[in-house]
Design a protein around this ligand. Sequence first.
Ligand code: SAH
Length: 395
Amino acid sequence: MLARHPWVFSGAVERVEGAPRDGDTVEIVSADGRFLGRGYYNSRSQIRVRVWTLEDEAVDRQLLARRLAAARRSRERVGLRFGGDGATTAFRLVNAEADRIPGLIVDAYGRFLVVQLLTAGIDQLRGELCELLIAELAPEGIWERSDVDVREKEGLEQRRGSLHGAEPPARLEVRESGLRYLVDLHAGQKTGFYLDQRESRRRVAEHVRALAEHDGGGALEVLNAFSYSGGFGLAIAAAHPRARIVNLDASSDALELARASFELAGLADRQGDPICGDAFQELRKLRDVGRAFDLIVLDPPKFAHAKSQVVAACRGYKDLNLLACKLLRPGGILATFSCSGLVGHELFQKVVFDGAHDAGRYATVIARLGPGLDHPSLLSFPEGDYLKGLLLELR
Ligand code: SAH
């Protein structure tokens, strides 16, 4: 915490004075009695205190208002304005610790806000939070998606439902980098969309657009593995007039949403038969029948949830990347990602290298990929820096 890390772990707490309830604000004091800061307390969590401030200032509605305003400003500076009609209407407005509002996610989806309250401390502020969001942003509705497992560690129940105004429609249309997508705020994954991949979708699409201009009339066969609602595939199809996309995901709901989004975008005829199944098995099947692709996106879910899982996670990443390299034609492109924070950038690169090497391929790095500016991370909070990707060309 002295190094500006926003968490105080249970092992660092010598004693608790008074009887704070879970979620209450406490003062953090050093062993020799110096004021260190203020944060909110939770006796049930290993993260005993989440730090709001290192200053001697009140933790109240005004502080929350200032932090929300700062988060909003940092998005507006890069053209992400809530309720605006810019090229992107779906983005993260508040990224928890990195925006110095521990435990709070707020995502913008068109005229709707989706909030995720991850801790008892922020859960207590739900009323104030809604009032401030309504006063500042006048959303059509505020929808809560606090239906995540981590709340149990805080002694909280999962919650989902309307906090204010209208309920979002079952399928809401949003724009990202100028393209229209359908999102499901009720039951979709995360808060409805993988907003953290927006920059990578844009970057991969940009590369593909350049290829289309350069390569003349060639087709581009694309396998979008772990496609969710088709995000990468749709961006690629819109950027390359001869791209044909095969979406692959374990969730049939996700693939159905992808189909509807492609239709909305006028790209229905650019979808090949989607594959619903386990990617590890399906990639093997594709290899066994001799299928080949010009571009593969590999965007698996988090494999490492604890340090003890890192080795197994790396085995998984290697397996997938090896299979993808085998499925790619010479000159093919691989966009490969890991959202396991415990697998660092360097380790991920090494694992991908291992996969490419075992497939007998050279891989050139075209770009290193990561989240956009609406997903800031603090240097003092490396836990927040979980997403990394490589755009590679295989020889
Ligand atoms: N690329 C997506 C986000 C992918 S999130 C986007 O840009 O929006 C990871 C996806 O992997 C989820 O949709 C999940 O349903 C899917 N998934 C999880 N395990 C899987 C498996 N073993 N095989 C195939 N898909 C899987």
